[in-house]
Design a protein around this ligand. Structure first.
Ligand SMILES: Nc1ncnc2c1ncn2[C@@H]1O[C@H](COP(=O)(O)OP(=O)(O)O)[C@@H](O)[C@H]1O
Ligand SMILES: [Mg+2]
Length: 247
């Protein structure tokens, strides 16, 4: 473990929570109460717009992780364009190991931030670049390239932040990623991963934080709204489809 908690010091809390990102319930909860990381692998699970990316981006920034592959340009109104609004105020509490890594030289820092939006261009552009991966991922399929990237980038015991890494992956490839995450967790790495994949969230031994209108809630895989929806849907698609089609 490298990071044990993320929080916002009282002096940096806003007066007005109506403004983004504080208007997002999960962000408001982290600002008010912080969020603890107690397991080597933590998933933030929630619907689109629940605040997962906002949280993981700020956490990655807090650990000074390289968002290589290009950070998407932020929307206007951000004083420091290299930081997100939440990243400006979020502080990480590290373990002794985490503190040593943060204070050490950049090259000794083992960790990576994988953004869903930029991961694909990374697989195309960074193959063969020293420090990245050997395989020519441009010649692989989208999903194959992702897995090659995951395997070589996430080898050392470091701090890994991921945002919906399942985007390009098939069912089988997701299972392979589960195995990789599990391995990482056991090897002394720490993973914090935003996902809406019920497969990824089932990684054995992982902690699950459900993100939503309620803010944050630690929960079991079985109790995730996402899992309930998938179960019901696969059981009987028409129960959902009749609400959205005229059929
Ligand atoms: N730079 C931004 N400025 C204003 N609102 C934003 C910005 N980025 C995201 N949002 C809004 O914040 C909410 C949470 O977004 P996000 O963290 O991307 O959710 P998720 O990753 O869970 O889908 C959404 O309503 C989104 O539209
Ligand atoms: Mg997102």
């Amino acid at each position: 473990m490298f990071v044990s908690r993320a929080h916002v010091p009282e002096s940096l809390r806003p007066d007005d929570y109506r403004q983004w990102p504080y208007s997002v319930p999960a962000v408001a909860e982290v600002v008010e109460r912080g969020v603890e990381f107690t397991h080597p692998v933590t998933f933030l699970v929630g619907d689109n717009g629940s605040g997962k990316s906002t949280l993981v981006e700020a956490i990655a920034e807090g650990f000074k992780l390289d968002a290589r592959g290009g950070r998407a340009a932020r929307k206007a109104g951000n004083a420091n364009p290299s930081k997100t609004a939440l990243g400006e105020v979020l502080r990480l509490e590290t373990t002794a190991k985490g503190a040593r890594m943060l204070a050490g030289p950049r090259l000794k820092k083992k960790g990576f931030f994988l953004r869903a939006e930029t991961a694909f261009s990374m697989t195309e552009n960074l193959g063969g670049v020293p420090g990245y991966w050997e395989e020519n991922t441009a010649e692989m399929s989208h999903g194959e390239g992702f897995l090659a990237v995951f395997r070589s980038m996430f080898r050392a015991p470091g701090f890994y932040v991921m945002d919906e890494p399942e985007s390009a992956l098939s069912f089988t490839a997701c299972l392979q990623l589960v195995s990789l995450m599990h391995e990482l967790g056991r090897s002394g790495a720490q993973v914090i991963c935003a996902t809406h994949s019920p497969i990824l969230a089932s990684t054995p031994g992982a902690d699950i934080v459900e993100v939503g209108e309620h803010g944050l809630r630690r929960t079991k895989w079985d109790d995730l709204a996402l899992v309930t929806h998938w179960r019901r849907y696969l059981d009987n698609p028409s129960a959902y489809l009749r609400h959205i089609t005229d059929a």
